[in-house]
Design a protein around this ligand. Structure first.
Ligand SMILES: NC(=O)c1ccc[n+]([C@@H]2O[C@H](COP(=O)([O-])OP(=O)(O)OC[C@H]3O[C@@H](n4cnc5c(N)ncnc54)[C@H](O)[C@@H]3O)[C@@H](O)[C@H]2O)c1
Length: 318
């Protein structure tokens, strides 16, 4: 059995709640329901040891990670009673580059730094990447802010011999993967796309934030769709909608109009409803193990196997 991966989490929001609770659930039950990769390079889904956590809200700083994940505005549900304390006390995060050295020292011993703070703050994302570099850890950017797409940043991880995975999660069964699979199917079957759109509605803090800071997210969502259809301007993304009563659910509508043989019309409408934080955690667990595996095998830079799990890998537009 491989040694557990030492993980530091940046942000203690809904996605970290779904990740921490899911790992505990799978350890307790041995269930394989909803797991994409039961064992990845010798690492099971339970082979994760959280060793540090960072937040900026005063209510979370100083609390145990297990307590912090249930504090508002997090609204991912409690999956089981009696989750034991983690023994990890949440520390004060950084909001600008000045705190990078302090955070780097507090990251000592981490193999993987999982960046799960709000999207739309690229400078903060890069400051945490800098802290991970100084601490000698792999970095995963789950946000839509460009980090792995920044040539200079990627080069620095390569030079330091460290893995860098990003940018932006392609959720386990999210709008992007379902929409792009349908567009691919259309092309494979010889249909001609006329127009297509997607609408995403959600009730999480992430949605509330993205309504105001969604610039990097819209580009990233376009990156995740079949490049030819998006480039031709036939796919439109409606602005994200924040509906608090949806709580941690995301509801997406995907609409596709196409032409088949004889130019006759074909319409397809899909409604997708998921728990958005679980959708993220289902791929985050694989990215953590890919990052740890690359670090342990001394593979620096961007590991190509992460591409299926990301919306905006290096080389896509920022
Ligand atoms: N399916 C998904 O949920 C999904 C998919 C792709 C990408 N993402 C991205 O993953 C990230 C995390 O999503 P979430 O739903 O957990 O968001 P969230 O808003 O619930 O959690 C983010 C947490 O980070 C904290 N934070 C803010 N600034 C910080 C700082 N400087 N240092 C440390 N912590 C800070 C916030 O207070 C909050 O607790 C977001 O950027 C989101 O866009 C999510």
């Amino acid at each position: 059995m491989s040694e557990a991966v030492k993980v530091a989490v940046i942000g203690t929001g809904n996605n970290i709640s779904a990740l921490v609770q899911g790992i505990a659930l799978y350890r307790a039950t041995g269930s394989l329901v909803g797991i994409r990769t039961p064992v990845l390079d010798g690492l099971g889904v339970g082979d994760i040891e959280f060793m540090a956590a960072f937040a900026i809200s005063p209510e979370k700083i100083g609390r145990d990670l297990t307590e912090a994940i249930f504090l508002p505005p997090n609204n991912f549900p409690r999956l089981a009673a009696g989750l034991p304390l983690s023994g990890v006390t949440v520390r004060r995060g950084l909001t600008d580059a000045t705190g990078a050295e302090r955070v780097a020292q507090e990251l000592a011993g981490a193999e993987v730094v999982l960046y799960a703070a709000p999207s739309g703050r690229p400078e903060t994302a890069r400051s945490y990447a800098e802290a991970a570099l100084r601490a000698g850890a792999a970095f995963i950017n789950t946000t839509s802010d460009p980090v792995a797409r920044e040539r200079l940043c990627l080069d620095r991880f390569v030079t330091a011999g460290l893995p860098l995975l990003g940018d932006d999660l392609a959720s386990q069964f999210g709008t992007s993967v379902v929409h792009s699979a349908l567009l691919r199917l259309l092309a494979e079957r010889g249909l001609t796309l006329t127009s297509s759109y997607q609408v995403n509605l959600g009730g999480t803090e992430d949605f509330r934030n993205l309504v105001e800071h969604g610039n990097t997210k819209l580009q990233s969502k376009l990156n995740a769709l079949a490049a030819d259809a998006a480039a031709a301007g036939r796919v439109q993304l409606a602005p994200l909608g924040y509906l608090p009563h949806l709580k941690s659910h995301k509801v997406a509508h995907i609409s596709i109009e196409a032409q088949a043989w004889d130019g006759t019309p074909v319409s397809l409408d899909v409604k997708l409803k998921v728990h958005d934080p679980s959708d993220a955690a289902g791929v985050t667990i694989d990215l953590i193990r890919m990052a740890a595996s690359a670090l342990r095998q001394r593979r620096a830079g961007y590991p190509a196997e992460a591409t299926a799990l990301l919306k905006s890998p290096p080389g896509t537009p920022a």
